[in-house]
Design a protein around this ligand. Structure first.
Ligand SMILES: NC(=O)c1ccc[n+]([C@@H]2O[C@H](COP(=O)([O-])OP(=O)(O)OC[C@H]3O[C@@H](n4cnc5c(N)ncnc54)[C@H](OP(=O)(O)O)[C@@H]3O)[C@@H](O)[C@H]2O)c1
Length: 272
């Protein structure tokens, strides 16, 4: 990756996280250039990280890898204005809901494109990203994309572009599901008479502890749950209540709803 020049179009939250992660893993800062409508965002990354300030045009006419890190709403206009001129560059998109077919229409049919679905924990180096490449992308280009996303968490290639909508439902929107659960635990803790500061800290620490335990353990998640559920104990009573309330089915229905919304959004963005 060190010899490859990488240009970021859009220098916001996601671009900043990716760039910080890449530099922490050894990508030389002077191989990374950034462009944004807001020059203060460029200046900030240049001052903080030593990357090179640039423009959309300069990046699209010279970078080996062009990372599109703008909001989905502006992707069509940004792509249509890029003078790629049939160049053999890799385009990586982190924009939710923008399909490969739309990007090929806007950038040129033969463009090598990797579509990614990262999530917000990427901002703290703990992301989970699904990746899918079109048929014009080489094995080397796929490796470049994966190394970039691995710098901010874990990543995996999915088998079809449709699976990106499922990844969106699972991990893209997933952090909000855990926030909701933590919120509900906080409210319940308060109702049980606990202190406000304590319930916040303990709700977060319990989620973090459970995630780290599951990550380090060889047991599957169901087995971990069984191990903390003594027959006749408190955990069993609570879990029986969750099951009786239909939690599992609710989670399945909710992820399907998110997957369906992801498909709808893709259709809406493409129509613009
Ligand atoms: N943040 C996340 O955790 C996350 C997770 C998953 C996916 N994503 C995806 O990542 C992409 C970027 O999200 P973000 O949170 O980083 O957004 P952001 O912080 O708003 O950054 C986007 C930047 O692009 C700039 N921009 C807009 N139009 C431009 C143009 N024509 N040329 C150059 N720069 C332009 C924006 O400037 P202005 O503010 O002046 O418009 C802004 O600074 C989105 O497509 C989003 O779907 C983000």
């Amino acid at each position: 990756m060190s010899k490859v020049s990488i240009g970021f179009i859009g220098a916001g939250n996601m671009a900043g996280s990716l760039i910080r992660g890449m530099i922490a893993r050894g990508t030389p800062a002077d191989t990374i250039s950034v462009a944004d409508l807001d020059s203060t965002k460029i200046d900030q990354l240049v001052a903080e990280l030593g990357v090179v300030g640039s423009s959309n045009d300069a990046i699209s006419s010279s970078a080996d890898v062009i990372v599109l890190a703008v909001k989905p709403q502006v992707m069509a206009d940004v792509c249509k204005a890029l003078p790629l001129n049939g160049r053999d560059a890799l385009v990586i998109s982190v924009a939710a809901g923008i399909t490969l077919s739309h990007m090929q229409d806007w950038l040129g049919e033969d463009t090598a494109i990797v579509r990614c679905m990262p999530n917000t924990p990427a901002l703290v180096g703990q992301g989970a990203t699904g990746l899918f490449a079109n048929g014009h992308t080489s094995a080397e280009q796929k490796q470049i994309a994966q190394e970039m996303l691995d710098a901010v968490g874990i990543s995996a290639w999915v088998n079809s572009e449709a699976e990106i909508d499922a990844v969106t439902a699972l991990s893209g929107s997933g952090p909000a599901y855990y926030f909701l659960f933590m919120e509900a635990m906080q409210e319940a803790g308060l109702e049980l008479g606990l202190d406000e500061k304590l319930v916040r800290e303990f709700a977060i620490q319990t989620a973090l502890g459970a995630a780290i335990l599951a990550n380090k353990s060889e047991d599957d998640i169901a087995e971990l749950r069984r191990k903390v559920t003594s027959p006749g104990g408190t955990t069993e009573r609570a879990l029986q209540n969750f099951e009786a309330g239909g939690l599992r089915e609710l989670v399945k229905q909710s992820l399907k709803a998110a997957r369906d919304r992801s498909q709808e959004l893709a259709a809406e963005f493409g129509a613009k």
